[in-house]
Design a protein around this ligand. Sequence first.
Ligand SMILES: Cc1cc2nc3c(=O)[nH]c(=O)nc-3n(C[C@H](O)[C@H](O)[C@H](O)COP(=O)(O)O)c2cc1C
Length: 310
Amino acid sequence: MKKIDISSNINEIKFPLCIMNASGVLCSTERELSNLLDSNSGGVVTKSCTYKPRKGNDLPRYFEWDGGSINSMGLPNFGIKFYLDFLEKKKINKPIFLSISGCSSEENYFLIQKANESSKVTAIELNLSCPNLLEKEDMLGYKFHKFIENIFKFNKKPLGIKFPPYFQDIHIKNVAFILNQFPIFFVTCINSLPNGLFVDIDKESVVIQPKKGFGGIGGSIIKPFALANIHKFYTYLRKDISIIGCGGISSGRDIFEHILCGASVVQIGTQFMKEGISVFERLEKELIFILEKKNYSSLNNFRGKLKNIQ
Ligand SMILES: Cc1cc2nc3c(=O)[nH]c(=O)nc-3n(C[C@H](O)[C@H](O)[C@H](O)COP(=O)(O)O)c2cc1C
């Protein structure tokens, strides 16, 4: 039987397997991160960190149901020093992405500088979802351009940006136009769909405490939006900027769809929360099974090759 290869790469960064965790899900504490390092995920991304530790929002702040999840965590994390110190102690055998999420441009410059000083960090995933950072309009224009320009005045590490979902073609086109002018390695799309509401009909109430129950939505129900963002970024970005697909993956079939739309690597959030560390092994098996059936030997056979109806 043909050997099936589901490794991948983002420029020179090699992933033994194209499946990894999504930031924020079971990647905050030493134990969670050690589990991920020991697991057969293809890479590890840490919980988005800030300069100082943050407690995050009041509980309950996460809720899940069959079709997805809602959360308003408020960025609970132990601060960048904790994550860099942890990595320093560890033997690393796969790509390590440090997710950072400063609440001002200056905080992000500082966090990027710190990440640059660590030899254990393979790449930086800059999470721009902190609400204080850039308003939606700023992301599409001059302020965002200036922010990225400043980063590349000093940054030497592979760096990518994690985006919220966009719902209009022109927004993705504008963001891609700016990114194409800089040595960005990757984009990760998408973060949770913002401002969702889940209702418990027995209690006639919301299900999470912060923000009167409003929160970010993840899981199966957001997959079509993830696929749309991946495919549009794939169309508009320079071909050497890779896409990390995130959103709504719970099966090998979902991964196939993400890659067909243009993703090189995929991240698992809600499903990892629901299923635990064994999710990576199951998804790997399911993806290999699909490739076998289709007689494909690697991701290159179908990455980005989504067809239109003729
Ligand atoms: C509990 C929880 C915490 C999260 N924290 C972060 C975070 O710190 N940084 C980040 O970039 N995304 C965070 N996310 C978003 C996920 O990384 C992911 O983008 C989103 O959940 C969509 O993927 P999914 O459909 O597989 O869940 C979080 C999601 C959840 C469910």
